[in-house]
Every structure is written in structure tokens, then in C-alpha cells.
Design a protein around this ligand. Sequence first.
Ligand code: BTN
Length: 330
Amino acid sequence: MTDKADLLALLREGTTYISGQELSEHFGVSRTAIWKAIRTLKEDGYEIEAVPNKGYRLVSTPDIMSYSEISSRLGTGYVARELYYYDKVDSTNVRVRQIADTASDGTLVVSDMQEAGRGRRGRGWNSPAGTGIYMSLLLKPDIMPSDAPMITLIMALAVAGAIRNTTGLDARIKWPNDVVINGRKTCGILTEMDMESDYIRDVIVGVGINVNQPDTGSFPEEIRGTATSLKIEAGETVRRSALVAEVMNLFEGYYDSFLGNGDLSGLRQEYEKLLVSIGTEVRVLDPGGEYSGISGGIDDRGELLVKMPDGEVRTVYAGEVSVRGIYGYV
Ligand code: BTN
């Protein structure tokens, strides 16, 4: 039968009605089969108008997270083409780890909720159902382990760009792992790699985005002062599947540029445009000692450039440190 994702994509393209006849010719199936597929979509929550002698029209798409909703919006070659959608997992990073040996490069796991979402530095990641995006991407790049942190920056660029494209919000990057809006965190990235002596077996890039939490009261108390969601900022519900697909669409282009150049030289300008702290004073929490300076851009390897009071420019390696604004989180 007609693939739900293809049918959705076609309905979404149409500004007017598409007749059952056209659809059945397009997919090479009977009109009854089309009618049945439309009925399943309606059961899933899509509002589809059916007018005799005119055909079908997609009136509205609710915030549905599903395999079809995501895959019907993908424009990628290989990223997220192997896609797994779950209503519930412990952690999408863990789920990807379980299938990493057999799954292909670019495999994406998305879940509506996580029972044991993981954040950086051993923290958890609050992952209630129906509100956020929890996803992990499996990559198998032929690069040095020391190059892997650049992938986190590429994902942050893709998430910030996708939020901007789908909502118009002024999403910015807080180097190296977070995406912020109006100084509050809306996305965190947890990159984990599996190494064999000197080479990378795989890299798992886990992305958590606060999307439809209605107010800051929805967050655990300890992050209420620093977290936000797209809904809080935009004042309206955001379709998570469309955002997932847009992140993947952007990521593939950026990632290919990185693999082609071997570094971020092709992305630096675009990245710096979205970097939140350029020209402001930051505190670098280096395990070897804390210091403050003026944050600049990044170099071709994605290291943050921080100008010290004596004019010396230090490069901050993404792996080791946290950077904080002098007056707070950003
Ligand atoms: C951070 O601490 O800022 C990083 C948070 C990363 C959360 C995401 S949600 C999807 C993926 N699965 C996990 O368990 N964690 C990451």
C-alpha cells in the first residue's frame, strides 16, 4: 500500500485539493487503498478535508511525532535515512549504542520520551512525553579522535539554524554544546564516541531540545532559572517532527563540508554569526585553573578564541572546559 510518508508529503505540497484519482494514479494503487490510507492519517490526528468531486486537502497537522512525519520531510541523502522512532526509551544515546555495530552511518533514533535521559557531566536530562525532542545520531567518520568535538559544534549549528528556519526565533549557539534563545538554554548536546586504540569506531550525537513546554514551571526546579522552550519563546506550539527533519537536513550539508575540508573552515563564518558570546567577557572553567577574557570567534578546529587582558589569545579546546558569561549562564 501507499507509504504514509509519501502520501503526507504529497498532501503537504498541494495548496489545493488533490483528487483520489490523481493520488491513485500517482501511487499506482486503487482509490479504495487511497481512501484507507487517508482514514489512517485521520486516525493519527491529521485534519484532512474530503470534498466530493474535488478531492483531499490537508487542513492542519498537529504536533505529531512519528516515523512518517519525520521521514516525509527529509531531504537528506544518508542522514536519518535509517530512522527509528519510539514512544519511549531509556535514553536514545543508549539505544543507538545498542545497535551501533550493525546500523548504518547516519542512523537516527528519535523518542517521544526518555525514562533515563542523560545530560553532560553525569547529570540527567528531563525528558517528558509529548513536549520535547530527544534524538541521537550515529556517525561513523574516518577521522582522528581529536577531531570528534567538532561534530558537536556542527550539530549546534544545525539545531540553531533549524530553529531559526522553522520558528523565526533568534536561536544562538553557546559554545560548544548548547543552543540558547534570549540567554536561556533550549537545547543541549551530548556527544559520545567509541574508540578502538587510535581510531574512532563511531560517534553518537545526542540532542535534547525543549520544544513545547508551556511555561518555565514545567522544568525541574534546578534549571528553571536558565531553561526555556520554543513554545515559551514563540508563544505557539512548534511541530517537533518538522524541526527534527530540518535539523537533519542542515546537519548533512554542514557535516559533508566538515568531512570534505577536514575542519570547520567552510562553516566558521556562519557559525560565528550565531555565536552568542562574541565580544563579551567570559569565564573559562579550565581544570587547570579558571580564567577570564574576552570571547572571540572560533578557529578552523572549532576552538574558542579568548583574548586575555595582556593581549594574549588563548584557544579553548571544546573537550575540557565550560565557558560562562561573567554575569550568568550565557
Ligand atoms: C546537556 O547536558 O546539555 C546535554 C543533554 C543531552 C540530552 C540528549 S536527549 C537525547 C539524547 N539522549 C540522552 O540520554 N541524552 C541526549
